[in-house]
Design a protein around this ligand. Structure first.
Ligand SMILES: [Fe+2]
Ligand SMILES: [Fe+2]
Length: 196
């Protein structure tokens, strides 16, 4: 199918806008986490922001590849998530957005691209959907741990907590309030998703 007439062109443009906005929202969230003293969580969320911008670039490249000079403006009609809330609620909100992207939106965009003969675009959407699913898992876990106040706690026995600033490892039931070597606050300790 001709790219200009395709739904895939529209879906690529929608996805590009969505990825840019996710990248921006994750940067805002990373800043909020840092301001609340969750330094390691902030770094994790910054990585998510970086991932989204990488997705945006891949999608942009597909539009350029197929549209060339013929595409200079694409009108899109789509809804995008907006929410201003405390960090704990934002984590849940974004996890749900990622769930929809990974389980529903990208798979349907991939199907359309495949139907329209853009196999490479379909493959890209499929691969991005896998990443969004893993983002959802990360955000859900962070939400759960923050809500239950278990970010730095080990429920069973002890755990080797590692300071992400200086690398010191402290064995215990919970991460120390400050690092015994570099004195950085608890928020610098790595959040281990398996310490439940
Ligand atoms: Fe993405
Ligand atoms: Fe994502």
């Amino acid at each position: 199918m001709d790219f200009q007439q395709s739904l895939t062109k529209h879906n690529l443009a929608r996805s590009f806008a969505a990825e840019c906005q996710e990248g921006a929202r994750y940067q805002f969230m990373a800043k909020a986490a840092q301001q609340e003293g969750y330094q390691y969580m902030s770094a994790l969320v910054r990585t998510l922001a970086h991932n989204e911008m990488a997705h945006a670039q891949l999608i942009f490249q597909k539009i350029s590849e197929y549209g060339g000079d013929n595409v200079q403006n694409i009108d899109i009609k789509a809804g995008y998530p907006f929410r201003s809330a405390p960090l704990v609620d934002l984590l849940k909100f974004e996890a749900e957005n990622e769930r929809m992207s990974g389980e529903s939106i990208y798979p349907s965009f991939a199907d359309t691209a495949r139907d329209e003969g853009y196999k490479d675009v379909a493959d890209m959407f499929d691969k991005i959907s896998m990443v969004e699913k893993s983002h959802r898992a990360t955000l859900s876990k962070l939400h759960e741990m923050l809500k239950k106040n278990t970010l730095y706690k080990c429920k069973t026995g002890t755990h080797a907590f590692k300071c992400d600033n200086c690398g010191t490892v402290v064995e215990g039931k919970s991460a120390p309030k400050t690092c015994p070597l570099c004195n950085m606050e608890q928020g610098y300790f790595r959040i281990d998703f398996d310490i439940n």
